[in-house]
Design a binder for this molecule. Sequence first.
Ligand code: ATP
Length: 457
Amino acid sequence: MNQSDLMEKIISLCKRRGFVYLSSEIYGGLANVYDFGPLGSLLAKNIRDLWIKKMVQERDDIYLIDGSILMHPKAWEASGHTVAFTDPLIQCPVCKKRFRADHLEGWILEKDNQTGEWKILEQGSLTCPDCKGELIPTVKEFNLLMATEVGAVAGEKMKVYLKGESCQNIYLDYLPVRDTMAAQIPFGIGQIGKAFRNEITLGKFLFKVREFEQMDIQYFCAPENADKVYEEWKKIRLNWYLEDIGLSKERLRWRQHTPEERIFYAKDAWDIEYKFFNDFEELEGVHHRSDYDLTQHGKFSGKTLDYFDPQTKKRYVPYIIECSGGLQRTFLSVLAESYREEMVNKDKRVFLKMKPTLAPYKAAVFPLVANKPELTKKAKSVFNVLKPEFMTLWDDIGNIGKRYRRQDEIGTPWCITIDYQTLEDDTVTIRDRDTMKQERIKCSDIVQYIKEKLNNA
Ligand code: ATP
């Protein structure tokens, strides 16, 4: 399938089936802000739940927090965001579209992290990628932080920022987590939290949005162990996308930051990239951040954030290994990876071959026909047994073939049909989304059947 077509098909499916809506659509929408609809909320929740299960529940060295969106403005000064969280911007004088200069063909720029200014190292193409007009090579710095005010009284309001990256309140909570949990280094703090950025690049659907969620681990370790810990986390995070999210090896790769793009304090920085459509693009950053974050917050807050290691008797500022992935990008990768079209008896079948653990609904229950009360009654009793166990849908509209197609399109792994034989022997058909094969099983075995399949998936 042509990859640009695939993106259009996914966008259309997301809208048609309630995965994703443009925010405030009845008012014409708010550019690059999206809502998860009923199906999308469940997929997003399943991604979050799996991340927490794998990164927190199944480990004994990660603590979960859920930090606030608003933080003391000094935090953003300490982190450098108020001056250095800038993107270099070029605006086409003809079509007025804005582009990131560092993403244009042949352009190489370097940022001064103290001032946030960009220096052009190599000036590339001056042709507008959109209208082919001629660009003027003037780069403007554009701060991505969004500001708001707290306080009700005019004149006494304080300017604060919406989190530009979710990890900052992990750094601020490092001390209370360490103390309240009696945590000993090495340990990590995990968080799934919102981030807000005034992004320049528009029109990339969920890939680049102004409000998004980051799934973050900041792992605190001794300086001498940081290189080893970094390599371990690189393995763990790649494995999550391969094994847990189910992305294919061929569409995933590592990319190391070039010296120009690597932030000055990072010892090393690699991104996990995924081939969403035509190109490989960032899915997660796994970065070796040295002791920069805690040193900065220590300096700006006046608090001691160093650590006394009871074993080695050494005192140090912990090094941080960061794994920061985007929920919206993971969501999009799941759709790009799982979207399938195939011909079945001259009809096109669209299905989402995603991991059953991620599927919004695990099962759908159908009475064979809607106008036979005895079938509906029996089907409702099956439905009521399944609902407390799994997200389950009811569908009695149209013929069974159409109902299968509707479930295929939203990735429901198992469809259960209650037919006349059910009334005789208490068995149902259970149909598999990927193979379309049907089996007959006892009503009393359905829950166990699905549980086993989910555990083995
Ligand atoms: P990019 O250069 O692709 O915009 P970034 O390097 O600015 O990404 P980070 O600051 O490292 O991104 O954020 C960590 C993760 O958060 C990214 O890997 C991505 O998955 C997600 N992310 C960042 N910005 C956005 C955005 N505007 N929309 C959706 N997800 C985002």
